[in-house]
Design a protein around this ligand. Structure first.
Ligand SMILES: Cc1ncc(C[n+]2csc(CCOP(=O)(O)OP(=O)(O)O)c2C)c(N)n1
Length: 601
């Protein structure tokens, strides 16, 4: 059979090192899927929702650093990819999306399923082009691959089903060297380094803020912090690269961060930003004489979050290596010690929340997260849903340089975790992959739980079943302020939680959930339901040791307030939180949580 455009397409994908494509088949994709079938070199990962295909491809690209691919049929098929593609693009991972199109002769006629993917996907891609003829195809696909790989992000090839079936034009299969551009190393300019060194040498107390641009620069960061006697604060995307084996670590900043990270950034003379575009401007020092230096390989991000005194365009690793000989080692370690002491306290406060007593439900979600961290493999891959699971992941998953952590940390989409776990497990079949899922997030793309069975992917899904869209409920609560009034009536305490009318009242957050563990069993996946704190350790350990997919349905407390709320706890004279805890049992524990998690006071 003469080569079709679709066969040529498949050959180019193989030349680009593509091992699998996530997607759902459809009429307009038939040419391509038939070419994949007859070629037999690329696996088709059949998902149940195309959004999952895009998230899965993104996770594969995140973990391997290589091009990953997803596909959708014309109209709604590829439209379903869009949210996942936004996530991939904003997370800067190389993903090619194949968007099949209606028959070329029908374009613009208002045909069945007609959309214009080359317009729809513009905002979430570096490259987005329609292939109109056999002649055009090889180069268009090659340019799409160049763009995704070189610019780190999404490229979309839109191809009508009939064009895929045309006879291919003569063209040699490209060589990998011309298809997969290497990542450049960006060396900083000498004059910029001199300015940075002068600021750091003469500027007083330094705090470092580190992001995902610090990947591969762990040893250099430690050497720099040692020389500067600087505490290291990280943004969430920096966690997997920065936090471990790090005596300078003082935690994370941001809304879901630690008080120690927050204050170390404000209470310094120079803030040194390294490979981070941390977006929340309210967490940067404003005035107060703090000067800011920023190092990033992307010139366009320098100065866009906070006013910068010195900007250096360069890779973090290269920059630190060239900077160190220019620095005078600081002798005064008081700033570092103060930040570390604050961190020890914040950490202790968080660890104290990650406990539970047998026979005293509800389970604290923190306990589940810590148990996952304690029992997970040394090189586990974690994914966490947007919502509270991201908070628990940020605070309780211990990184070690081999473990990986993926979330929807820029795009902030719900339902990312299990979808990303599918891609992680498909790409790294021998690694333990654990999804920290919210009950809202899990049920949003729950159809793809079946993909674990269909593709025999041994993902461990832990659902934090709190019966609510928790993060939103908490945002609603903490926008106003929550007042906990404790009256001591001499015998038992009486507790009243009063939500001030200045805040939002809970609305639309309740989830009427099934028993997720029973549901898992019904589809052939091992299900473990946890309702008692005494069962958490064993339940998590059993789940992680199970040879196959598992769902842990962890029924956890709804009443947690992990972000800075305005809580006031008013108690009758002489009545302490510990007395409250003693008299109120489980409910009292929750209230103690509420008060103690107010780390910002
Ligand atoms: C697709 C999408 N829809 C809505 C939101 C807004 N949102 C952010 S977190 C959240 C609640 C998540 O609830 P759940 O998955 O149950 O996790 P929890 O916070 O309760 O642990 C919502 C609705 C979002 N980020 N993404």
């Amino acid at each position: 059979m003469a080569q079709r455009v679709a066969d040529q397409f498949a050959d180019i994908l193989v030349a680009a090192g593509v091992k699998r494509i996530y997607g759902i088949v459809g009429d307009s994709l038939n040419g391509l899927t038939d070419a994949l079938r007859s070629q037999g070199k690329i696996e088709w990962i059949h998902v149940r929702h195309e959004e999952v295909a895009a998230f899965a491809a993104g996770a594969e690209a995140h973990l391997t650093g290589e091009l990953a691919v997803c596909a959708g049929s014309c109209g709604p098929g590829n439209l379903h990819l869009i949210n996942g593609l936004f996530d991939c693009h904003r997370s800067r991972v190389p993903v090619l999306a194949i968007a099949a199109q209606i028959p070329s002769a029908e374009i613009a006629s208002g045909y069945f399923q007609e959309t214009h993917p080359e317009q729809l996907f513009k905002e979430c891609s570096h490259f987005c082009e329609l292939v109109s003829s056999a002649n055009q195809m090889p180069r268009t696909l090659e340019m799409a691959i160049h763009a995704a790989v070189a610019k780190r992000g999404v490229a979309v090839v839109v191809i009508p089903g009939d064009v895929a079936l045309q006879a291919a034009a003569e063209a040699p299969v490209p060589k990998p060297a011309g298809l997969l551009p290497a990542q450049p190393k960006v060396a900083p300019a000498g004059a910029d380094l001199d300015r940075l060194a002068a600021l750091l040498n003469d500027g007083g107390r330094v705090t470092m803020l580190c992001g995902s641009g610090c990947q591969g620069a762990h040893a250099q960061l430690i050497a720099l912090a040692q020389s500067l006697k600087a505490p290291i604060v990280h943004a969430l995307k920096g966690k997997e690269h920065v936090e471990w084996d790090n005596p300078y670590d003082v935690g994370m900043t941001g809304l879901i961060g630690f008080s120690s990270g927050y204050y170390a950034m404000l209470d310094c003379d120079v803030l040194l930003m390294l490979g981070t575009d941390f977006p929340y401007r309210q967490f940067y020092p404003r005035g107060g004489g703090v000067r800011i230096a920023q190092v990033d390989q992307r010139g366009e991000v320098i100065g866009r979050r906070a006013p910068v005194d010195v900007g250096v365009v360069g890779d973090v690793r290269e920059t630190i290596e060239a900077l160190l000989p220019r620095l005078k080692e600081k002798g005064d370690g008081r700033h570092l010690e103060q930040a570390r002491e604050h961190y020890r306290k914040a950490r202790k406060g968080l660890d104290e929340l990650a406990v539970g007593r047998a026979g005293k439900p509800p389970i604290h979600p923190q306990q589940v997260a810590k148990a996952i961290s304690d029992h997970a493999a040394d090189d586990a891959v974690f994914t966490c849903d947007v919502g509270l699971p991201t908070v628990w992941a940020a605070r309780y998953l211990a990184m070690n340089g081999k473990r990986r952590l993926i979330g929807s940390f820029w795009h902030g989409s719900m339902a990312n975790a299990m979808a990303q776990a599918i891609g992680a497990q498909a790409a790294l079949p021998r690694r333990q992959v654990i999804s920290l899922s919210g009950d809202g997030g899990f049920s949003m793309l729950m159809g793809d739980f079946l993909t674990l069975v269909q593709h025999n992917l041994p993902v461990k899904v832990v659902v934090f079943n709190n019966g609510t869209l928790g993060f939103v409920e908490i945002e609603q609560k903490s926008t106003g302020f929550l007042k906990v009034v404790v009256f001591n009536n001499g015998t038992l305490g009486f507790v009243e939680i009063e939500q001030k009318s200045t805040g939002f009242l809970d609305f639309g957050v309740n989830l009427k959930n099934p028993n997720f563990a029973a549901m898992a069993e019904a589809v052939g996946v091992r299900g473990i339901r946890l309702e008692d704190p005494g069962d958490v350790e064993k339940g998590i350990a059993d789940a992680l040791a199970h040879d196959g997919p598992v769902l842990v349905d962890a029924v956890v407390s709804r009443m947690v307030l992990p972000i800075p709320p305005s809580i006031t706890v008013e108690m009758a004279k002489g009545f302490t939180l510990y007395m409250l805890k003693a008299v109120m049992g489980g409910r009292g524990d929750d209230l103690v949580d509420l008060a103690k998690t107010n780390l910002w006071q």
